[in-house]
Design a protein around this ligand. Structure first.
Ligand SMILES: [Zn+2]
Ligand SMILES: [Zn+2]
Ligand SMILES: [Zn+2]
Length: 471
């Protein structure tokens, strides 16, 4: 781990020496093979242990794999994270899988029939309401507009004029920061994040009710003729509040393999989304010092039909959703890890706005009436504890299926390179595995070598530090 007092030059020198030491070890070839096998993972998990293959009848040991023969006596496996800030290589795999999954639901493939293209589908964006003015980049025909120009704005109670005539550039660090941090409704913002998954659930129920009503059916009768399938991702806006992008599709009773009824058109879908989004609310739990309040979606509900040729194609939508699946809260200037007991709020490497939202999570998290929202635990996510990408059961294939297919392939390759796989029928063998977690990560030199071997980028914050007791 680099010493905090180390100059960048000295740190680079150390990484270079570390790299040379790794490359000169006699087990380098095997180490490099594993670096490739993990797909260039920037923070591989280190395991020590063995796998015994025994005859189920006699108990005879047929074959043993042990990490003793691996470099340093440990096996490195990919971390499989979704977060690009932690491991670009694994996040890329996740992004590609999400793309395939969303796309299969729009054009077929991976077990979904091509006829799914005939089903009405829409790309829906549900945003959060306003919690106070923030610096924003507004564009008109590609040109930046003044942020919040107010000619005769009276000062707020904190003496700030809530006006900003700046035409912000896309990388302006002020974007998302409130015009007045003291006026900004941080309470509303973190409570919205905490309750957004519930608001989404209520939205899907209201959507089904609305569709049933249009078809002249009861909700329980709808199930026999129509399924509403969806895939959604959560995205953080710069102001630190989540919103959702979703593909919502009409299927028949058996999911993508069956057609929806003829009356269930694009227009019916768009109308039901609009109605449901404006109808649902969720009440925050009341506490002694905090009355309950009602939260709803923002007024900007966007519903656009997805077609194979039109303005919004299936491919564009799949790419868009996949892109957001690997972004998380850290993209808006907060932490990519949980807060620790030893963390000082004032020392955290976060923006001022994120710091205030984290502080509000910790304040509300201490209220017993709000315990269910687990705001202290999810303070680093600014209150959101939902999943980043979710889908209904029948949307398309699953990440698990895609992953299993790849693992199967990698396993075989791994077995072949290690001279294993002496058994044709794995069912006839008793497999006893004994693994121990030793740590995670790469040394600075290893990170550079891994990136060079696999053509994958180094993590944006430099090589990850090696955690745990591994070598
Ligand atoms: Zn990884
Ligand atoms: Zn501004
Ligand atoms: Zn103010």
């Amino acid at each position: 781990m680099p010493h905090p007092a180390l100059t960048p030059l000295a740190a680079r020198d150390m990484a270079a020496r570390d790299m040379a030491a790794r490359a000169n070890r006699p087990d380098y070839a095997r180490w490099a093979a594993r670096a490739r096998a993990t797909g260039g993972c920037a923070q591989p998990i280190h395991l020590r242990g063995r796998v015994d293959y025994r005859d189920p009848l006699t108990g005879e040991l047929l074959h043993r794999y042990s990490t003793l023969h691996e470099p340093g006596g440990v096996l490195r496996v990919a971390c499989k994270t979704r977060r690009a800030s932690r491991c670009p290589a694994c996040a890329e795999v996740y992004r590609a899988d999400t793309y395939q999954l969303v796309r299969a639901g729009l054009v077929g493939g991976k077990g979904v029939p091509d006829s799914v293209t005939q089903h009405p589908a829409a790309f829906v964006t549900l945003t959060a309401p306003s919690f106070g003015p923030v610096h924003a980049r507004r564009e008109k025909a590609g040109t930046a507009q003044p942020c919040h120009p107010r000619r005769n704005a009276t000062p707020c109670p904190h003496g700030r004029v809530l006006s900003c005539a700046t035409r912000h550039s896309t990388d302006d660090h002020k974007l998302g920061e409130p015009l007045c941090p003291d006026c900004y409704d941080t309470t509303g913002s973190v409570l919205f994040n905490a309750l957004a998954p519930e608001l989404w659930r209520r939205f899907t129920l209201a959507l089904r009710r609305r569709v049933a009503k249009t078809g002249g059916l009861l909700v329980r009768e709808l199930r026999d003729v129509l399924t509403v399938s969806f895939a959604k991702v959560a995205e953080y806006q710069r102001r630190g509040v989540v919103h959702f992008h979703a593909v919502i599709r009409f299927d028949g009773p058996d999911g993508p393999t069956s057609p929806p009824p003829a009356w269930a058109t694009h227009e019916v879908l768009a109308d039901a989304v609009d109605q449901a989004a404006s109808a649902v609310t969720v009440s925050t739990p009341a506490a002694a010092c905090l009355p309950s309040r009602s939260l709803a979606w923002g007024s900007q509900v966007d519903v656009r039909p997805i077609t194979t040729t039109g303005e919004l194609t299936d491919q564009a939508v799949a790419g868009y959703i996949a892109k957001y699946a690997t972004k998380a809260a850290e993209c808006v200037g907060t932490l990519d890890r949980r807060l620790r007991a030893t963390d000082e709020l004032t020392d955290l490497p976060v923006t001022g706005h994120a710091r205030r939202l984290i502080a509000e999570c910790l304040r509300l998290g201490a209220l017993p009436e709000l315990a269910d929202l687990r705001l202290s635990e999810w303070a680093h996510m600014l209150g959101f504890r939902g999943h980043f990408s979710t889908k209904s059961r029948r949307y398309s294939t699953t990440l698990g299926t895609l992953r299993a297919a790849r693992i199967e392939h990698n396993q075989r390759e791994h077995h072949i390179t290690t001279g294993r796989l002496p058994f044709d029928d794995e069912d006839q063998v008793l497999v006893i595995a004994d693994w121990r977690y030793l740590g995670q990560g790469l040394t600075p030199g290893e990170a550079i070598l891994t990136a060079a071997l696999t053509g994958k980028p180094l993590p944006p914050l430099g090589p990850t530090a090696l955690k745990g007791a591994s070598v």
